[in-house]
Design a protein around this ligand. Structure first.
Ligand SMILES: Nc1ncnc2c1ncn2[C@@H]1O[C@H](COP(=O)(O)OP(=O)(O)OP(=O)(O)O)[C@@H](O)[C@H]1O
Ligand SMILES: [Mg+2]
Length: 417
């Protein structure tokens, strides 16, 4: 990696703890703001510098959302950076531990934790720490963060946080950012301009990947509510088509409901773009009759016709319908990935860069795009549970079939997933 001179904001994050700094009396630092704005890179480096200058023979915690995300996003680039200035880094992978020392300094121990990994809070429970670094703290449970902070009993210990904005009711915003003076935390807000490695072109490309609430959070770096339409970028002009192209591959996605509506969509691929060719939507309440799994299966067969459908992606909670499809033996039935928020982000990305579009005959989908909204004022981001059936089957399709690791949008969001 080719390093560039740190930006002014990065220099503040790098040096706030030094005795000459006007901010050295603070006990903690919080860096929040836009994606790719250079927070993790500078703050993790500053954390190890601080630990190495101030301590020897102590233990520290480096925490990410999961240990594997931490290793990928933080540890690998950090090792390279430390190596380039003469630090020694010894890895103890089985123990999830790094031993680090600066030239002619003493060794310190840096334990790696994934805040969302099972049992993380109990693993950190017995430790005595001189400092904790939290990467993407807003994605960790408060219980884990509180437990880690409670372990910092060494004199001079400090807390280091960074994250992207979320909902303004989020515990980290209300407990730490809003109470930063009371908590004696130094606060720095980052924008993409604070990363000297991003050219204006790349900044513009990131800006184009997001819209609506995700644009305000991940590009503008604001802590804002998810409000209004979930997919404000959907437009008839851009996403609705009339003439069927020649399709190469097929999938079906299903949101299963017996009391609630059941929605099925047939997808065809043509030149890298997925087309929702046709759909069926059955609302038992409206029709006054509930269908059995067998009747739904016949609907599915009618939707597929004679096409070679590669798989049917089904709502993972619909165990009986998944079993029914498998028993018939014609289709491969796959349970869908069902993380709602990352799925919604994935659909936003697919709409944004035109990888999915909808045939004009799919009237229930077109109606729901205009009606599917966020729950306003909710403590956590959540879409309202209405007008969401075609929306759910589309989300299942996109998160299960479209989400490719090398795709630009998902590289951008990988840090959060
Ligand atoms: N001074 C610099 N010189 C070279 N590359 C840099 C510099 N600062 C940041 N980068 C690079 O820019 C990219 C984004 O930086 P980083 O991961 O620190 O951003 P971030 O704010 O943590 O992003 P996210 O919110 O998406 O996690 C990384 O590849 C990082 O190595
Ligand atoms: Mg980061």
């Amino acid at each position: 990696m080719k390093f560039q001179a740190f930006s002014e904001k990065q220099r503040l994050a790098l040096t706030w703890w030094c005795p000459q700094s006007p901010y050295c009396e603070y006990d903690a630092i919080i860096c929040d703001g836009a994606v790719r704005s250079g927070k993790t890179c500078v703050l993790s480096f500053a954390f190890v510098l601080w630990a190495s200058v101030e301590f020897s023979g102590q233990s520290f915690a480096l925490c990410g959302k999961t240990r594997s995300a931490l290793t990928r996003n933080l540890v690998e680039p950090l090792k390279e950076l430390l190596g380039s200035i003469g630090f020694e880094v010894v890895e103890k992978p089985g123990e999830h531990l790094l031993l680090i020392r600066m030239p002619s300094g003493g060794w310190n121990r840096f334990y790696l934790f994934g805040g969302k990994d099972e049992g993380a809070a109990s693993l950190i429970q017995g430790m005595t720490l001189a400092g904790v670094f939290f990467d993407e703290v807003a994605l960790m449970p408060k219980s884990f963060v509180d437990q880690a902070l409670a372990r910092c009993s060494v004199n001079g210990s400090r807390f280091w946080f960074n994250c992207n904005p979320e909902n303004p009711y989020h515990w980290f915003y209300t407990e730490w950012i809003q109470k930063r003076e009371e908590k004696r935390a130094y606060y720095l807000h980052f924008t993409m301009e604070d990363n000297p490695a991003l050219s204006p072109d790349i900044r513009a490309r990131y800006a184009h990947l997001y819209s609506g609430v995700f644009y305000r959070r991940y590009v503008l770096g604001e802590w804002v509510h998810a409000d209004g339409l979930v997919y404000p970028m959907f437009s008839k002009e851009q996403h609705v088509y009339q003439t069927h192209p020649r399709y190469e591959r097929y999938y079906i996605s299903v949101d299963y409901g017996t009391v609630n509506p059941c929605s099925m969509g047939l997808w065809g691929l043509c030149r890298g773009r997925w087309y929702r060719m046709r759909e069926c939507y059955y609302a038992s309440r409206r029709e006054g009759v509930q269908k059995t799994d067998e009747q739904y299966y016949r609907m599915l067969e009618t939707l597929a016709g004679t096409l070679p459908v590669e798989a049917v992606i089904v709502d993972p909670s619909a165990a009986s319908f998944l079993a029914c499809i498998r028993e018939h033996g014609r289709f491969t039935a796959l349970p869908a990935k069902n993380d709602v928020l990352s799925g919604i982000r994935a659909v936003c990305g697919a709409l944004q860069d035109g990888r999915i579009c909808i045939h004009e005959s799919c009237t229930d989908t077109l109606r729901e795009f205009g009606q599917y909204v966020w729950q306003s004022g909710a403590l956590q981001d959540a879409p309202k549970k209405e007008h969401d059936h075609a929306m759910d089957d589309i989300r299942y399709f996109v998160s299960t079939i479209l989400q490719q690791p090398n795709d630009g949008f998902f590289v951008a969001s990988a840090a959060r997933s």
